[in-house]
Design a protein around this ligand. Structure first.
Ligand code: 3H9
Length: 702
């Protein structure tokens, strides 16, 4: 199939790229583009060239899937871009949709650019652990200035068409960019084409500040390879001849594309898109219309969920059992909107309009006309069952009923409504209007159109949704539970909370945003402990009397973390400092539960004891069908738990470490410490993959 063709429209030669879905550049496109350029150069009757695309967008970048293949290098594509730029007849790009990465680089190699209003322009390579690799680091500063180029290449965020026009990235806007490009091409015909590479960097006088900022960013994150490469190529743009700058860019791009960091981030790019694909659901699955959303419970979580829906344009009704609760919820929502205004995300007027879509009610019946109702009361089964029964009767037929929970049995709650097909679980992360992850819990009887609707809504409110089956803690908290179990066991054995958090946060070992102890102190020790206590009391939790003994003891003595000034740490001016009381508690708990203390615990052991059981739990989650695929688990941890994207998620990291090594270390701890509670029992799936030297990331259910 031809993906790049050459034809003529009167006196204008036209290259058309047609490579659905997003016209990404892979080896075949690079080859055919070169051939199309040959055809134009052989066509002496064309006065100028227009480069345009079929489909829904101009080229949205290099083909990310091809980056891993040995036959892909940017070289041939770059040689074609250089040839395009060096031509003696002008080329103009006709732009629309998302002009990203290699797409913008193709446009910049042309001599003119015309875009439809609404077109987005960006250099998102950094989100893939890369820098632009097709002349972009040298051309963008020449077109848009060093400051704008450095910002776009560093943050990866696209800008709009008006901003691109103002920055000098494009020459004109046109409702029909194809026609606009032809008009500009005719105008430029006859005079020597203006190559982007010949332009001076317009703000080179102020390069010092920009470069200092880039250097500071690189120094602040020395474990990341991209900030340093961005600094060096931007420096090259203002200090080196163009060709030398391009050579440097090429060398850096080639190194980055082969790096584990970029492979990890590319894995996540596809993982997030894969997570939207639900077995048994397709384009033909119906979706229900949702325009009014009800939220039950005006606490921090309820108010955050309401804010997320209000921000996305939905009408929202919030109910709470008390006026004081409603007042508090309203003030949280107002605060969320005010902070969006302060950050420049919306204007005062938009915030006021957003708030106009909010209705408050003291009675559950206020949500009777909503298309979807999300119950977001405390994690208390009896309360949730009671509300579910009422909602089953109050909600209009066809309305979806969601229960927001981080651990509870969604099937029991669904049964209480007497309409389980309409019921689904949602696990929002706090603050719900900001955190990216949403776990969507598919109950045994959740109807396909209920699930399809909620997945669609998740995208509308800007969430990365991952489907989980029903089990204690779903995907994320079930794995977090074993991680916290080991963190507390290590404390009883003699590791301090700060040693553990230090290992978890250190980029040498893991690089999570926050260690488990600081996280629990921030979220509230009481919240975590109550869940564990209820789990155990419900008869399905662990029977080990020493299970998470630290958390339960801190809870009982009223040390609930940051909010009470003491938890795993003591807080001085909100800063964590080691707590002698908690250190003594660890010794007391060790004595009570017969745990042998050690003088020193190696950092490497801490990493292994926190990470490897989590990987093991993930293998069980996969084996049980709770998660559809390994990459979903990596999305949960990177989008919701602060696992570093450059590690690709816990399962990608496990493959990098080697499953055989993980299994050997699990066996080692089982042999060294005994395994009365089965914590170190390797899951059959993990052992089988390790023995077969297979990858966990590539595993698929038969
Ligand atoms: C680069 O350009 C390096 C250069 O400097 C040098 C080398 C030339 N490659 O997101 P969607 C697929 S680095 C391969 O659901 P949307 C995607 O997997 C690249 N595939 O749609 C999905 O497939 P499926 C710089 C890609 O409308 C389908 O297209 N560019 C690529 O929400 C639809 O995607 C980027 O980083 C790709 N580049 O958003 C842009 N892009 O249906 C990355 C998309 O099988 N892409 N696919 O699941 C995006 O940001 C969004 O996809 C886009 C569309 C905004 C384009």
């Amino acid at each position: 199939m031809t993906i790049v063709s050459y034809g003529r429209d009167a006196d204008i030669g036209v290259i058309t790229i047609d490579n659905p879905p997003v016209n990404a550049i892979g080896p075949a496109l690079a080859r055919e583009l070169a051939a199309a350029l040959d055809a134009f150069q052989a066509d002496g009757d064309a006065v100028a060239l227009v480069v345009e695309c079929a489909g829904s967008t101009f080229v949205a970048g290099g083909d990310i899937a091809a980056f891993g293949s040995p036959d892909f290098t940017a070289g041939p594509f770059n040689a074609t871009l250089q040839r395009l730029s060096d031509m003696d007849r002008p080329a103009v790009a006709a732009l629309f949709g998302t002009v990203l990465g290699g797409g913008l680089e193709l446009a910049m190699a042309c001599h003119g650019r015309v875009a439809a209003p609404g077109t987005r322009f960006g250099m998102p390579e950094v989100t893939l652990g890369l820098i632009p690799g097709s002349l972009g680091t040298q051309n963008l500063p020449r077109l848009a200035g060093l400051k704008t180029a450095a910002r776009m290449i560093s943050d990866g965020k696209p800008i709009g068409a008006e901003a691109a026009l103002e920055a000098g990235i494009i020459d004109a806007l046109a409702d029909d960019p194809g026609q606009g490009a032809r008009t500009l091409a005719r105008k430029l015909a006859g005079s020597p084409p203006r190559r982007t590479q010949d332009l001076p960097v317009p703000d080179r006088d102020q390069a010092g500040d920009v470069l200092a900022g880039l250097k500071a960013a690189a120094d602040a994150a020395p474990w990341l390879a991209t900030p340093r490469a961005i600094h060096d190529t931007m420096l090259a743009a203002v200090t080196m001849p163009y060709d030398a700058g391009v050579e440097l860019e090429q060398a850096r791009f080639a190194k980055l594309v082969a790096s584990p960091q970029s492979r990890a981030m590319r894995h996540l790019f596809f993982a997030e898109r894969e997570a939207r694909k639900i077995p048994g659901l397709g384009r033909e699955t119906a979706s229900r219309d949702v325009s009014r959303v009800g939220v039950i419970g005006a606490g921090t979580m309820g108010a955050g969920i309401a804010t997320a829906f209000l921000n996305a344009g939905f009408a929202v009704t919030v109910t709470d059992a008390t006026q004081a609760g409603l007042d508090r919820g309203l003030s949280i929502i107002q605060g969320n909107l005010a902070s969006a205004v302060k950050r420049g995300r919306m204007t005062e007027a938009q915030a006021a309009k957003t708030l106009d879509r909010l209705t408050l009610g003291l009675d559950l019946s206020a949500v009777g006309d909503c298309d979807m109702v999300i119950e977001a009361v405390f994690e208390d089964m009896a309360l949730k069952l009671d509300i579910a029964a009422q909602l089953g009767a109050i909600c209009r037929p066809g309305a979806i009923i969601a229960t927001n929970t981080s651990t509870l049995d969604v099937d029991r709650i669904a049964a209480a409504t007497a309409r389980p097909g309409d019921v689904i679980g949602t696990h929002f992360f706090s603050p719900a209007h900001i955190m990216r992850l949403l776990e969507v819990v598919r109950g045994a009887e959740t109807a396909p159109d209920t699930l399809q609707t909620v997945m669609g809504l998740a995208r509308k409110i800007g969430k990365t949704a991952v489907v989980s089956g029903v089990c204690y803690g779903f995907i994320g908290n079930r794995m977090a539970e074993v991680y916290m179990r080991e963190s507390e066991a290590l404390q009883m054995e003699g590791a301090s909370p700060s040693q553990i958090d230090g290992v978890v946060q250190s980029t040498e070992y893991l690089g999570m945003a926050m260690g488990p102890n600081r996280m629990l102190d921030m979220a509230g020790v009481d919240v975590g402990a109550r869940t564990v206590v209820e789990w155990i009391a419900g008869g399905e939790g662990p029977t080990d009397p020493g299970y998470r003994a630290m958390c339960r003891a801190l809870y009982e003595r009223g040390d609930h973390g940051q909010k009470t000034g003491e938890g795993y740490y003591r807080y001085e001016n909100r800063q964590p400092v080691p707590s002698e009381k908690t250190a003594a508690l660890a010794e007391e708990m060790a004595a009570k539960h017969g745990v042998t203390r050690r003088d020193a615990i190696p950092d490497q052991e801490i990493l292994e004891r926190l990470l490897f059981p989590m990987v093991n739990e993930a293998a069980m989650i996969l084996d049980e069908g709770i998660a559809y695929r390994p990459s979903d688990i990596d999305v949960v941890w990177t989008a919701g738990y602060g696992f570093p994207a450059w590690r690709g998620g816990p399962l990608f990291m496990a493959d990098e470490i080697g499953l055989d090594r993980i299994v050997a270390r699990m066996d080692h701890y089982a042999a060294r410490d005994g395994d009365p509670h089965g914590y170190w029992t390797v899951s059959p799936l993990l052992r089988q993959l390790a023995e077969a030297r297979a990858s966990l990331t590539d595993w698929r259910r038969e």
